[in-house]
Write a protein that binds this ligand. Structure first.
Ligand code: LLP
Length: 427
């Protein structure tokens, strides 16, 4: 059940009316539900406990890029999460939030030497390596530091994730990973490098997947590779299937996490029993959206109602710089009136104040609103704040974590002066 429900015609986050959050912290503000985040994480954790109960048999690495607020990382760390990072900045965030370095995996196609040094100095669990040049660079950097780097190769299984082309990553033409047909040869190179320990295999085929069939197909391809590697004496200790499970934005019905994990572990168990006498393999996940997406909304205030020649516009104080997804992917987010009015609804495009025609948050929505009313842009907990920018010198939104009746301001609103504090005049 959504943590955002109406009580007496007023939309609440857990037990708090959103009007109170706007009064206390202003708008636009991202609002997250602690109980929803914990419940979403627990769906993974519970299925892991059920299907792979041995200690250390699984690790759920929250994908930090989906929501990197320190309080959320702290909360997930306390729930037992590991972390999937893609930059040195994300590594420092996880550590600042109390996350354990030995539960961090480092993904991404463009790791710099500095980022490698940082990650090696903290002894992270694994680098998800995406190319041969990256392998050589990592080997050299580890050698300079007198360290060994644990690696997994991100293999591109060439399955169609059947999602938006911008967020589909497992096909041949994508920039990600090592082509399936090159994987064996790349593993041989890795295994021969002096400062590299081959420990895993990984993939991530795309995001907002509604069906688990492409994920299970990807697993088939990865286990085929693990067997071929074993024949060559290269032992794979962990299998990382990436993230990707979708959420309900517009009535979609994504596969339930429990059902997906049940099928996944059944497949892995059958294979391990047949081929390897049941020797366990550690299974890693990298979920982002399915943990935080539906646990957050963006609270905004209607500034003006404008009757255009062809359309009506509700101009709100949130914009594309706060929530980039509609402008970037034509993504659909639900819009809910915070105070339900009895008046007849009018159809509006919900737009922000930024000077771009692409600055819209929702199109053609029937809303009963007046200037000064609050709107909630739903399902904004993933890839919302993390993709926000300061375009038009707009300070980024505040972020509030709701826990029952309690409000925690987990990021204060940016002040304008802070936005140009790093700049200098010439002369
Ligand atoms: N692992 C890797 C290597 C990834 O690239 C991603 C997401 C994830 C895990 C987490 O995937 P999730 O469970 O959240 O689907 N900005 C886009 C989404 C980009 C996803 C990028 N990679 C959006 O707003 O829809």
């Amino acid at each position: 059940m959504s943590p955002f429900q109406y009580h007496s015609h007023l939309l609440h986050a857990e037990s708090v009316p959103l009007t109170r959050i706007a009064e206390q912290f202003g708008t636009p503000t991202y609002v997250y539900s602690k109980s929803a985040i914990v419940a979403n994480f627990e769906a993974y954790a519970k299925a892991c406990r059920k299907h792979a109960p041995q200690a250390d048999a699984t690790l759920i690495c929250f994908s930090v890029k989906s929501n990197s607020n320190l309080a959320i990382l702290q909360l997930l760390g306390q729930c037992g999460a590991g972390f999937d990072i893609v930059s040195g900045g994300e590594l420092l965030r996880v550590l600042a939030a109390g996350g354990a370095a030995d539960r961090i995996i480092f993904s991404g196609v463009g790791k710099t030497r500095d980022e490698m040094r940082l990650a090696l100095s903290h002894d992270i669990l694994c680098f998800n390596v995406e190319s041969i040049p990256e392998l050589h660079r990592l080997d050299a950097v580890a050698g300079e530091l007198g360290k060994r780097a644990r690696i997994s190769l991100r293999v591109n299984p060439n399955v169609d994730a059947k999602t938006h082309p911008y967020i589909s990553t497992g096909l041949k033409e994508n920039k990600f990973g090592v082509a399936f047909d090159d994987a064996l040869a790349t593993y041989r190179i890795a295994a021969a490098l002096a400062n590299i320990d081959v420990t895993g295999i990984d993939c991530h085929i795309g995001s907002q997947l509604l069906d688990d069939a492409p994920l299970l197909e990807a697993v088939d391809r990865l286990i085929e590779l693990i067997d071929r590697l074993a024949e060559e004496g290269i032992d794979i200790h962990h299998l990382d299937i990436g993230g990707g499970i979708g959420i309900n934005y517009e009535g979609e019905e994504p596969v339930a996490v429990g059902a997906y994990l049940e099928r996944l572990f059944a497949k892995i168990d059958t294979w391990r029993t047949a081929r390897h006498g049941g020797t366990p393999i550690k299974v890693l996940f990298e979920p982002g959206r399915s943990i935080v997406g539906n646990a957050g909304l963006l609270l905004t205030e209607v500034q003006y109602l404008k009757d255009g020649a062809a359309k009506n516009f509700a101009v709100v104080d949130a914009a594309m710089n706060d929530l980039m997804r509609p402008a970037m992917y034509q993504a659909w987010h639900g819009v809910q009136e915070v105070q339900k009015r009895p008046n007849a609804a009018v159809t509006y495009d919900v737009v922000g104040p930024v000077c771009e025609s692409g600055d819209w948050l929702a199109r053609e929505r029937a809303l009963s609103i007046a200037p000064g009313d609050l709107l909630a842009i739903m399902s904004a907990g993933a890839y919302g704040m993390t993709m926000a920018s300061n375009y038009n010198t707009r300070g980024r939104a505040a972020e509030v974590l709701v826990d029952g009746q309690t409000l925690h301001l987990v990021r204060r609103r940016e002040a304008a002066a802070e936005l140009f504090a790093l700049e200098s005049l010439v002369g």
